[in-house]
Design a protein around this ligand. Structure first.
Ligand code: 1GP
Length: 240
């Protein structure tokens, strides 16, 4: 079954999905076996790999080591075209719909085509909506775009629906890595109630309680990165 079919099935059955986000610049490859032992004992269902930058070109090496270590689907979550590795299983083919920078709306996507057209990566067209998490995030800096204010619920909703109407298969509400405040539950619920496609929520989720709030609000997939980077014992709160 494809990654996307699996996500759709989980949504239909009301099963919630958790993606562990691995930043290729931060992962310690020496510790990878121990890290994944914890991942595998937890409720994590997907591995996302990416960051706003990958200065040392770690991506190939990191994906290849991770593929050796896990059977969970490995999905690229690239900050730009340099972070594509054919060794992964799939790729979030992101358009930064909240921004007005053509580079991240379509230019990077065009640049990615030569790398993707002959690869076996499953392409997951994703509308990426950056929402203010009360901290200037790397996505904001790198993309040179402004996030949408949490108060502007109508714009968040219409941006998400514009993504769905344009044929995106996923919408990702992103407060930004390390956000002080995650996307508010009320926003998640409003967007989820209007969307037909699955909804990803991430940024600033650091506890089991916040994870449950996001799931209960209607997130189909929650992405967590920083909390695991800061403290791997967090996996213990998320045991199967
Ligand atoms: C960032 O949504 C992800 O792109 C995860 O954010 O690192 O804050 O968990 P955190």
């Amino acid at each position: 079954m494809s990654i996307y079919q699996n996500i759709l099935l989980a949504k239909k059955e009301g099963k919630k999905l958790l993606a562990v986000l691995i930043d290729p610049e931060k992962i310690d490859l020496e510790n990878i076996a121990a890290f994944f032992e914890k991942v595998h004992q937890s409720i994590a269902t997907h591995i996302f790999i990416g960051g706003s930058t990958d200065i040392n070109n770690q991506i190939e090496n990191v994906v290849s080591e991770i593929k050796k270590t896990t059977h969970l689907p490995v999905v690229l979550f690239p900050g730009d075209v340099s972070q594509i590795s054919e060794k992964a299983d799939g790729i979030l083919f992101l358009s930064l719909l909240s921004g007005r920078n053509p580079e991240y709306l379509i230019e990077q996507q065009i640049k990615a085509v030569p790398l993707l057209k002959n690869s076996s990566l499953e392409i997951l067209p994703t509308g990426y909506v950056l929402i203010d998490g009360q901290k200037e995030t790397a996505t904001q800096r790198v993309s040179n775009t402004k996030p949408i204010a949490q108060e502007d619920v109508e714009l968040i909703l219409n941006t998400s629906l514009a993504g769905e109407f344009s044929g995106k298969k996923l919408i990702y509400l992103e407060a930004g890595s390390g956000a002080t405040v995650p996307v508010d539950a009320s926003i998640v619920t409003i967007v989820e109630n209007s969307l037909e496609i699955p909804l990803i929520v991430g940024g600033g989720i650091r506890s089991k309680k916040q994870l449950d709030i996001a799931f209960d609000a209607g997130a189909d997939i929650v992405v967590i990165g920083t909390a695991f980077e800061d403290d791997e014992t967090f996996f213990e709160d998320l045991k199967k």
